[in-house]
Ligand binder design. Structure first.
Ligand SMILES: Cc1cc2nc3c(=O)[nH]c(=O)nc-3n(C[C@H](O)[C@H](O)[C@H](O)COP(=O)(O)OP(=O)(O)OC[C@H]3O[C@@H](n4cnc5c(N)ncnc54)[C@H](O)[C@@H]3O)c2cc1C
Ligand code: SF4
Length: 323
């Protein structure tokens, strides 16, 4: 049995207290919400933390509410099961939450934990004895990337389900830290670096996800995985389009998950759709272009060749469902 290493657990009641505690603990401390990813990672000794600031009892951080000016605020410690069952949020977002992991994990896992999920790699998400035998890698205690040894870069994969659809919805996050608070697009939360994958400032905590009014935007999310439950996505496709009354696409956003260390925007495909009707030919053209920016590596369950090959198929299906 893998056991957690010893650590101090701090239980703030307010967000200000959480920020202060995290700062006081210094480097090596982290926040924990549902713990569904962080605790297994600590058990496998992928990460070490001498202290964890537990966000679960922080007041005002959980729940879904309508914003006075329109749009929805989703508190960072809102459970995935709550989001999945909510009729107040866009359907694509609720659907993305409903296909994460399993019911038990959705009852513990949170929106903030999903947005800030560590990147994954089949050479990294293994117990310590396995990694000791095979050799450590750049992301944890080693000096070489086992996937691409010639490069000193980590290609671990951003595999969480909510970020692509949050970006397609034009959502933002509000983060609070020692220097105050700021609100920025979800896309800006990520860096394409498997080790340093979040663009949060030191000590910052994600407080809420802010979803603007849907206002006629059509949005969908497709998840490709080996099994029908529990599995992380091998590919996530989020797409949104705004159609003029005569069926012309005024604007489109296509975001891929699980093909890089950050969600990938398919700008070429989006440009191909703008100003054109969503006919089968236009959709096929855009779907083919959507695969161009994706460079999956051989570090997840299915081969990189397969994961690249299926992108146009699923982007096409996503766009068809919106036409
Ligand atoms: C068997 C299994 C299957 C899974 N399948 C999927 C899947 O299909 N799709 C998927 O997306 N995920 C999956 N997960 C991962 C995980 O369960 C979910 O992503 C969940 O949403 C993580 O939320 P959490 O609250 O448990 O995060 P935690 O484990 O508490 O934290 C995760 C990370 O986020 C940080 N963090 C948490 N909250 C905040 C915050 N408010 N501000 C800043 N940083 C924060 C933590 O420090 C930690 O680094 C799976 C996990 C398991 C064990
Ligand atoms: S991509 Fe390379 S450095 Fe990153 S976790 Fe995998 S093996 Fe390690």
């Amino acid at each position: 049995m893998m056991r957690l290493p010893p650590f101090a657990r701090l239980a703030p009641r307010t967000l200000a207290e959480a920020v202060e505690m995290l700062a006081d603990q210094g480097p090596g401390a982290a926040v924990v919400a549902g713990g569904t990813d962080l605790y297994p990672n600590m058990k496998r000794r992928q990460v070490e933390h001498h202290a964890l600031v537990d966000l679960r009892a922080v007041e005002g951080m959980r729940g879904i509410r309508e914003e006075p000016g329109g749009g929805i605020s989703i508190g960072a410690t809102t459970r995935l099961s709550h989001l999945a069952g909510s009729s107040a949020v866009p359907r694509a977002l609720a659907h993305a939450a409903s296909v994460i992991a399993s019911p038990q994990i959705r009852n513990m896992g949170t929106v903030g934990g999903n947005l800030c999920l560590d990147t994954r790699c089949s050479w990294y998400n293994e117990p310590e004895d396995w990694r000791t035998a095979v050799g450590f890698c750049l992301k944890a205690a080693g000096d070489v990337c086992r996937v691409a040894p010639a490069k000193s870069h980590c290609w671990a994969v951003a595999s969480s389900d909510l970020p692509p659809v949050a970006i397609a919805l034009g959502a933002s996050v509000r983060a609070v830290g020692p220097g105050g608070e700021r609100t920025f697009p979800v896309a800006d939360l990520y860096r394409d670096d498997g080790i340093d994958h979040l663009a949060l400032l030191p000590g910052e905590i994600v407080a809420e996800l802010l979803v603007p009014p849907v206002d006629g935007l059509r949005v969908t999310y497709r998840k490709i995985r080996r099994r029908g439950s529990i599995d992380f996505p091998e590919l996530g496709v989020a797409a949104s389009v705004r159609l003029a009354p005569e069926g012309i696409c005024e604007a489109a956003t296509i975001v891929l998950g699980s093909v890089a260390s950050a969600p990938v925007r398919c700008r070429e495909a989006e440009d191909l759709l703008a100003g054109r009707p969503l006919t089968p030919e236009v959709i096929e053209e855009a779907a083919a272009a959507a695969a161009h920016p994706a460079k999956p590596q051989d570090n997840t369950d299915l081969s990189h060749v397969y994961r690249k090959w299926v992108i146009p198929i699923h982007v096409s299906r996503a766009l068809q469902s919106l036409s």
